[in-house]
Design a protein around this ligand. Structure first.
Ligand SMILES: Nc1nc2c(ncn2[C@@H]2O[C@H](COP(=O)(O)OP(=O)(O)OP(=O)(O)O)[C@@H](O)[C@H]2O)c(=O)[nH]1
Length: 544
């Protein structure tokens, strides 16, 4: 690695709106630099996770070091491919901390979209060089001239066909500056991502801001003050390739015998033993926008699920975890996600990567209740506090909201109403009095503990009705009629009915059900409920 002086290093991310072609461009760059062989099968090779392959989207930023010869000089180009969906934007902001420039990819057909703008501002605020790349110029309706960017600054390519992709490499070398680092200073390495390997422990992705790190070095974590010996260092090419040393300006991985996931903090600074340095600023923590309760299907699985959640949150540090418990479901957690897609992907990764089976429930939020026989707690609605114009195009509105109104899909509704242009932030404003009631959902008279909620009195009827309707759509017909009821105390406020099978379709349906298997079903009284029924209810509950 010493062959690459700082001036021959470029660290850059590929950012874009969802599906504008980041991963396809990454494939071509890997091929052009000979990092992977050129074959027809190279489709989004950096999307390594099973969930990414199944869904065809990137959810995790991936690093790859490319070795490239240009005008007789050997360059080391560290590329980070990032996700495009807004729910994974935390991956983008972290990746930028290891870069000096970005390729801002824009689909020529679709033009500039919400995440194009958001990513542009992220890069701009981090003072990175931005190279606009207009992609998909092979498509019929492509109109590459439609952007308000000087055309000589844009590179027009087809990532799919490989057209003009060499110019992108050329621009990376010419327009992105080398990192500003000092190799003679003591080691200062930023941990910008981590994964957990069953056999080798924590694998930390590091960007070196100062100094050198070698296999065998003793290093200290600024966060825990614990000392470790470096067992392996290397680059991702795109698979791990040990190198013995990494120098300032380079991006790679490091394994140092951290066996416990709590020891590895994303944003931590690593330095050499007895050579302490000022820690790097790290990352602003991600703010959860959607919450869900998570419980093991069987309490005996609690410890396994706990360990799986810990390992997965190491790789996805934007998930917040708090312990929670339910009378019916036992010990579990309240998890916070950046959006509903993020919640689904996390859940799917737990199943695919850790073979975990979980129950997702509506979240609980902490309330303080003053119990009194006659006086109920007074309600408070969202109250506007102020409105500030940030510039000609942007306005900031401040409201006081009951937390319960925003924890499920407020953020997603806001994004879809504003086509993704509105952003949302919140701060805890303390407890407020409110007229709240506890609402139960009953299936043939049996209480469904997963769906017990505390709701505002005025919304109880509409929420109860919506949950009953949703459940009706998600419950398969059974041998008998199922009454779905929403109740406050002993008062029933909504009801739906799932009819029993008709006799002539009975045999056919039973056969189908047997084929589907019983694994994904949960029994409440005599009623069989598919596991995803609760997720469907959770998704729509607060929008009703
Ligand atoms: N016609 C055409 N299609 C392209 C081109 N580049 C990418 N695509 C297609 O666009 C789709 C999305 O490409 P990806 O590379 O997965 O996009 P992405 O930006 O990485 O997607 P996310 O990471 O999920 O946001 C795929 O079906 C690609 O085959 C191109 O130059 N021309």
């Amino acid at each position: 690695m010493s062959r690459f002086p700082v001036e021959n290093i470029r660290n850059f991310s590929i950012v874009a709106h969802v599906d504008h072609g980041k991963s396809t461009l990454a494939d071509r760059l890997l091929e052009l630099t000979g990092t992977i062989d050129k074959t027809k099968n190279n489709k989004q090779v950096l999307d390594k996770l099973q969930v990414e392959r199944e869904r065809g989207i990137t959810v995790k930023a991936q690093t790859a070091s490319l070795f490239h010869n240009c005008e007789g000089k050997q360059y080391l180009l560290n590329l980070i491919d990032t996700p495009g969906h807004v729910d994974f934007s935390y991956e983008v902001s972290r990746s930028l901390s290891a870069c000096q420039g970005v390729l801002l990819v824009v689909d020529a057909n679709e033009g500039i979209q919400a995440q194009t703008v958001a990513n542009f501002f992220l890069a701009f605020e981090a003072q990175l060089s931005v190279i606009p790349v207009i992609n998909k110029i092979d498509l019929k309706n492509a109109d590459p001239e439609m952007f308000d960017i000087p055309s000589d600054e844009c590179i027009k390519i087809s990532a799919k066909l490989g057209t003009n992709v060499e110019s992108v490499l050329q621009a990376v070398i010419e327009r992105i500056p080398p990192p500003k680092v000092h190799r003679k200073n003591p080691l200062r390495a930023l941990v910008f991502d981590s994964t957990f390997d069953q056999y080798r422990g924590v694998i930390a992705n590091v960007a070196l801001f100062d100094g050198v790190v070698s296999k065998g070095d003793k290093i200290v974590s600024a966060h825990t003050q614990k000392t470790y010996e470096v067992n392996e260092v290397g680059v991702l090419n795109p698979n791990e390739q040990p190198t013995h040393k990494l120098y300032a300006g380079q991006v790679g991985y490091l394994i140092a015998g951290m066996k416990n996931v709590t020891e590895a903090q994303i944003g931590d600074t690593l330095y050499l033993h007895k050579q302490p340095v000022e820690p790097l600023p790290g990352f602003k923590s991600a703010k959860p926008m959607v919450f869900a309760g998570m419980y093991p299907v069987d309490q005996s699985e609690y410890n396994n699920l706990k360990s799986a959640i810990e390992k997965l949150t190491l790789n996805d540090s934007s998930v917040t975890v708090h312990r929670d418990s339910s009378l019916a479901l036992g010990a579990g957690w309240r998890l916070g996600f950046l959006g509903l897609l993020h919640m689904e992907v996390f859940n799917q990764r737990l199943e695919l990567e850790y073979n975990a089976s979980v129950i997702l429930t509506t979240p609980t939020v902490p309330y303080k209740a003053v119990l009194s026989s006659s006086k109920l707690i007074k309600a408070r609605r969202a109250v506007q506090k102020n409105m500030i114009f940030i510039d000609q195009n942007r306005v900031m509105l401040k409201y006081l909201f009951p937390l319960n109104e925003i924890v499920v899909d407020f953020y997603d509704s806001l994004k879809s109403l504003s086509s993704g242009y509105a952003s949302f932030d919140y701060e805890d404003a303390g407890y407020q009095t409110a007229e709240l009631v506890k609402m139960d959902i009953l299936l043939n008279g049996n209480n469904v503990e997963e769906l017990v909620t505390v709701v505002h009195k005025d919304k109880a009827h509409s929420i109860g009705k919506a949950i009953c309707e949703r459940l009706k759509d998600s419950l398969p017909r059974q041998l008998f009629e199922i009454a779905i009821q929403a109740a406050i105390g002993s008062k029933i406020i909504a009801r739906e009915t799932v009819k029993a099978y008709r006799k002539n379709v009975l045999a056919k349906c039973l056969l189908k059900r047997q084929a589907e298997g019983k694994k994904k079903l949960r029994k409440i009284g005599n009623v069989e409920v598919p596991k995803d029924a609760f997720i469907k209810v959770l998704k729509t509950q607060s929008s009703k």
